[in-house]
Design a binder for this molecule. Structure first.
Ligand code: BJW
Ligand code: ZN
Length: 244
């Protein structure tokens, strides 16, 4: 089937859905100028995840880890949401029940206007004290590193590193959204990182239709109802137009 026909059928599924869940990954922010993690130009080509995105790495060298996050905050402070983020924010305005579950820590969905958003890997703009556990938002750029809490304790980025559990309440809400949706739209994720990637087969088992938008095939592509190939900033505005 030609992609134009696949888009038409996928659009009809979305327009007819009562409950829609959306799972996004780094690819949705790529056209805003935010580097992805994997792939030729991905962050993990330049940096080792075990040196930067684990609690052990932070315990070993908090300043080094913080410098990497401060650099990424600087990039993010200069970028804007793209047409893909915008199309999802518009969808939420038009349809009664849309939940966006994002693995991204960049906050671009919120900047685009999405209200019902679940950040399953936290936010780069959140800080958490490693001593007293208090959490706060700090959008200062450039950030003096390593930042400290009012109690004097070392602060860490409010993100989820490898080997760490996802925030319980946010994860429970994400599972719930996926298990009760009619359509799951999966955008710009390599679907390699668990437990987030496991939401896709769970939606399928619960009877949802799954639509994927990605520039390349992923481990889930063969099992979804529609795998739409192309940049999300182009595909989403076309897929999510208000009428067929
Ligand atoms: C476009 C595009 C365009 C490009 N348009 N598309 C086996 C061994 C060891 C560990 C494990 C294992 N199996 C499972 C695990 C656990 C581990 C895991 O999954 N590892 C795998 C990598 C193997 N998971 C965890 O540790 C998680 N916690 C957990 O499991 O807790 C339970 C537990 C507790 C205690 C002990 C053990 C277990 C936590 C995972 C946390 C992930 N954290 C990061 C960093 C967040 C902070 C930060 O930003 O610094 O989250 S890693 C990184 O990957 C980030 C992302 O959210 C996540 C997913 O990446 P994403 O979004 O899919 O991006 P990419 O780059 O991979 O893909 C981009 C895609 O976009 C590509 O497909 C492109 O084609 C596409 N694209 N341009 C559309 N314009
Ligand atoms: Zn503290």
């Amino acid at each position: 089937m030609q992609q134009v026909e696949q888009v038409r059928r996928a659009r009809a599924l979305i327009l007819g859905a009562r409950k829609i869940a959306v799972l996004t990954g780094a690819g949705i922010s790529a056209e805003s100028g935010v580097p992805t993690f994997r792939g030729a130009a991905g962050l993990w080509k330049q940096f080792r995840p075990e040196d930067l995105a684990t609690p052990e790495a932070f315990a070993r060298d908090p300043k080094f880890v913080w410098e990497w996050y401060a650099w990424r905050r600087q990039i993010l402070s200069r970028v804007k949401p793209n047409a893909g983020h915008g199309a999802l924010a518009d969808l939420e305005q038009r349809m009664p029940d849309v939940t966006v579950i994002t693995q991204n820590v960049d906050g671009l969905h919120q900047l685009a206007g999405t209200k019902r958003i679940l950040e399953v890997h936290g936010s780069i703009w959140n800080l958490r004290c490693t001593v007293c556990g208090s959490e706060w938002v700090d959008r200062t750029v450039p950030l003096a590193v390593p930042p400290a809490c009012g109690c004097g304790g070392l602060a860490r980025p409010g993100v989820v590193w490898f080997g760490e559990s996802l925030p319980c309440d946010v994860w429970a809400a994400a599972e719930n959204a996926v298990l009760r949706c009619d359509v799951l739209l999966v955008v710009g994720t390599s679907a390699l990182v668990y437990p987030a990637a496991g939401l896709v087969p769970r939606a399928c088992s619960a009877g949802a239709s799954v639509i994927e938008v990605n520039v390349e095939a992923t481990p889930i592509s063969a099992g979804v109802d529609y795998a739409l190939t192309g940049p999300s900033g182009e595909i989403l505005p076309d897929l999510l137009v208000a009428s067929d």
